[in-house]
Design a protein around this ligand. Structure first.
Ligand code: G6P
Length: 418
């Protein structure tokens, strides 16, 4: 099988290669085609990938491409992990909103909108060009904001698209460590939107152990949410880390103003990772990579690829069209829930009714995502303003107006209409 990685020059590529070596019995990849707009990054990541495959005695060849068509031709799966504007744009997304006392985050709030505006047109173009040479390839989107990007692609008529995030797999591993069991014995009742999810049940061999995780193990579970343990217990669910940007917004903003934002840390980590990758004596995924949020995403990605290829109907948490799964959202919304994955793609498992504490915020953010997509596809200052006004973390007209101006100003190079 041929796997194409768009954004192959990303510092995450060794994460995927490491996974390929580990799951070689399940996924017989014979070619990894790395595509990137930066030839320099491609060279470094290709050399690192080849060393890792050689040490792992994996037979796959690595090819490099700056053009998309040759990279995608003949691929079974095209995985997209690109970042328009690199970490420099992320730094702006995370710092500009702070001037208005709003959260500085790359996918949540105003920063997430800026990222969507830059990214959606590029992703639509990538998907179109992949389809032109290879209409049967599956496109797995790990590019943020995953929910909005997946919705954009589905809305544009790309049917072989699945949105992927590592959040559920990270929780599954964390709970498994806390309970000291194999992760494969755990299934999550995970519901919401990308970066806006809650674990409502954690099934260990079919038995719900969430009460134990919240009670006996609460002190170990809560830190992964960024929230105090007594709050997590009162919620009765395990909210994703991204929920603390809502439930503890003002404290997070104060912390960001005092201590800086995540982009600064990531820039430092990436610099050191690239140095390591360029060193011919480095043949394994550096420990430093575990300090990135998506450190374990290869597990989710490669498992998903195996199901798409084999049509085995196994369950994966993915981003997909809502249909009738969450009846309080429109059918064309994109949700993140467990789904069985066959050769025709994911089908959401039935979702238990969602309580108002969750459904209110899910509906609110879905409306924002709809308006964000309108702004990203059609452009226009007013559409950007409306999306910000609809976001629960902005929502005030004067702030929305100020943010609109600063986001458009900062992103002009990426937005031909601005
Ligand atoms: C998690 C999320 C990803 C996000 C990453 C951020 O893995 O699921 O969507 O990109 O964290 O990690 P970073 O190291 O870039 O802050």
């Amino acid at each position: 099988m041929k796997l194409t990685i768009v954004g192959g020059g990303s510092t995450y590529t060794p994460e995927l290669i490491d996974g390929l070596v580990r799951v070689r019995d399940r996924l017989d990849v014979s070619e990894v085609a790395l595509q990137d707009v930066s030839a320099g990054r491609l060279d470094v990541l290709a050399a690192m990938s080849r060393r890792m495959l050689a040490v792992g005695d994996h037979p796959a060849v690595v090819t490099t491409h700056t053009g998309l068509a040759p990279a995608a031709e003949g691929a079974d799966v095209v995985l997209v992990q690109l970042r328009v504007g690199g970490q420099a744009a992320r730094l702006q997304d995370e710092t500009l909103p702070l001037r208005c006392d709003c959260l500085g985050q790359e996918t949540t709030g105003a920063g997430g909108l800026a990222k969507a505006l830059r990214t959606v047109p590029v992703m639509l173009d990538v998907a179109e060009r992949v389809r032109a040479v290879n209409p049967s390839a599956w496109l797995i989107d790990f590019t943020n904001p995953v929910g909005i990007v997946t919705r954009a692609l589905l809305q544009a008529g790309h049917r072989r698209v699945v949105g992927l995030c590592s959040a559920a797999v990270v929780f599954q591993r964390h709970f498994a460590r806390v309970l000291d069991v194999d992760p494969s014995r755990l299934a999550l009742d995970h519901v919401g939107l990308n970066h806006l999810t809650w674990e409502r049940r954690v099934l260990l061999d079919g038995e719900d152990v969430l009460p134990r995780l919240l009670g006996e193990y609460g002190e170990k579970v809560a830190p992964a949410t960024g929230l105090p343990v007594d709050l997590v217990r009162r919620l009765g669910t395990v909210p994703s880390y991204y929920l603390h940007y809502y439930y503890a917004h003002d404290e997070v903003v104060a912390g960001q103003k005092a201590n800086g934002v995540r982009a600064q840390e990531v820039m430092e980590i990436e610099g050191r990772l690239l140095e390591a990758y360029a060193d011919p004596s480095v043949t394994a995924k550096p420990e430093l990579l575990t300090r990135r949020g998506g450190a374990f995403y290869s597990e989710a990605a490669l498992d998903l690829m195996a199901s798409l290829r084999d049509g085995d109907g196994r369950t994966h948490v993915v981003n997909l069209r809502n249909g009738s799964a969450l009846p309080f959202l429109s059918a064309d919304s994109v949700i993140e829930v467990p789904a069985t994955v066959g050769a025709d793609g994911p089908v959401a498992l039935p979702v238990a009714p969602v309580e108002p504490l969750l459904s209110g915020l899910i509906a609110h953010v879905t409306a924002y995502e709809h308006l964000a997509l309108e702004a990203a596809v059609h452009g226009g200052r007013d559409r950007v303003f409306r999306a910000l006004l609809a976001h629960p973390l902005v929502g005030r007209h004067a702030v929305a107006d100020r943010l609109t101006d600063s986001l458009l100003e900062a992103n002009r190079a990426y937005l031909p209409w601005a």
